[in-house]
Write a protein that binds this ligand. Structure first.
Ligand SMILES: [Mn+2]
Length: 335
């Protein structure tokens, strides 16, 4: 097993230096995974490019070592991610081990939480306040995407990278960095991307599909949502609202909502952009923020969480009450 450590070190050196403790953490996860067979890899509900890219890259990696592995997600996987599992065979097996990727808390497993939350063997993530209980856990909040960690782990495991795995990981990193433009991008992020590109990843194609491409329904929804734009806190806070009626009327799917939450924050002078989306029992809030506002702290006040620059929470109050509480909290932070 000394080779696991050697490979982990080599991978860490490739992307900017190996700290001893950190190498040991990667080694621990890699060794745990190498011992497992019949592995079910779990993605979070409303799956995004990171959770899915990690899951399919790891699944492909495990299979390349002759293991049985599959991916499970509570919600339907949007069609734009189909390249991640293209060509993979259906494997039937009784899962013995369970791995979560990019999941901050068991409740984010969605409707399959009850079934799996007590069974998780390995948790790999990059969110603040990760609350998953697992004997083997690697949570690195410095990683731009969980995929950076999966890349390190696959290397430590001695998995022979291929174009498919590299494409999954590239898509994951691109998703979580907004195409390499958010403040979470570190030298390591680019260095790993360089390694992935060596396998012939269609970077432009993936970026177009995941970042730029919009459906007509999505654009129509954006149009309607933008008409609700309001400013608060001396124009430093902007709020956009998406009602159930808009979603129904435009025929937009959950994935069509993706691009909207970035809009309010993109307005010049806005430090905190909020998107309020109507859900069954209230409002789902997405926050995007500048350095001046810690989105994770803001959402934490209301029982949510996430990252410094992007976080979310939920309210069961009325529209006006929800908005008031949010604006009050933001103005407190900006004071
Ligand atoms: Mn992520």
């Amino acid at each position: 097993m000394a080779t696991v450590k050697k490979r982990a070190k080599a991978a860490l050196e490739l992307c900017g230096g190996a700290d001893k403790d950190y190498t040991d953490q990667i080694v621990k996860v890699a060794k745990a995974l190498l011992k497992m067979n019949n592995v079910l890899i779990l993605s979070h509900r409303s799956p995004d490019g990171d959770t899915l890219g990690c899951a399919y890259a790891l699944c492909r990696g495990m299979r390349s070592l002759g293991k049985k592995a599959a991916v499970k997600c509570a919600d339907e996987i949007p069609g734009k991610y189909s390249f991640m599992y293209e060509g993979m065979e259906q494997q039937t097996f009784e899962p013995e081990h369970f791995v979560t990727v990019d999941i901050a808390g068991a409740h984010l497993l969605g409707s399959i939480a009850d079934e799996y939350e007590k069974k998780i063997d390995v948790c790999i993530d990059h969110h603040f306040r990760n609350s998953i209980e697992a004997p083997v856990k690697l949570v690195d909040t410095d990683a731009s995407a969980t995929a950076e960690l999966i890349w390190l782990i696959l290397n430590a495991m001695g998995v022979k990278m291929d174009k498919e795995m590299a494409s999954c990981l590239f898509a994951a990193i691109s998703t979580d960095t907004g195409c390499f433009k958010y403040s979470n991008v570190k030298p390591r992020t680019h260095l790993i991307a360089v390694e992935l590109m060596k396998y012939g990843v269609d970077c432009a194609g993936i970026n177009f599909k995941l970042i730029d491409e919009v459906s007509q329904a999505q654009l129509e929804l954006k149009k309607q949502a933008l008409s609700t734009l309001e400013y608060f806190c001396n124009n430093q806070c902007a709020i956009v609202t998406v009602t159930s009626e808009m979603i129904q009327q435009t025929g937009a799917s959950p994935e069509d909502l993706d691009g909207i939450s970035n809009i309010p924050r993109s307005i010049s002078g806005v430090e905190c952009g909020i998107t309020m989306r109507q859900i069954n029992d209230g409002w789902k809030i997405s926050v995007r923020s500048s350095e001046k506002v810690n989105a994770s702290d803001l959402c934490g006040k209301f029982g949510g969480g996430g990252h410094k620059a992007a976080a979310g929470c939920k309210f069961s109050e009325s529209y006006e009450e929800t908005k008031k509480q949010l604006v009050d909290a933001v103005s407190e932070i900006l004071k």
